[in-house]
Design a protein around this ligand. Structure first.
Ligand SMILES: [Zn+2]
Length: 74
């Protein structure tokens, strides 16, 4: 578990504290399945190809994606 060592070194938190945090993050996608699903897909508004919702720009056509976020309440 290299991640634990890295986090412990950089945050000074104990492993149980880190695990509590990870469990919280894990529940953000509604399932305690050990991972957060960040692989949701959507279609590029410019070329229509399937891309990740987390992408800031389309990897196929390079178009910048304009989607609603907490930072842009338009
Ligand atoms: Zn595109």
């Amino acid at each position: 578990m290299a991640m634990w060592t890295l986090l412990k070194e950089h945050t000074g938190l104990t492993e149980s504290e880190l695990r509590k945090y990870v469990d919280k993050v894990d529940l953000m996608d509604g399932k305690a399945d050990g991972k957060v699903d960040t692989r949701e897909k959507c279609n590029c508004t410019l070329c229509g190809r399937t891309i990740l919702t987390t992408a800031l720009a389309c990897p196929y056509c390079g178009g910048r994606l304009h989607r609603k976020s907490v930072f842009s309440r338009v």
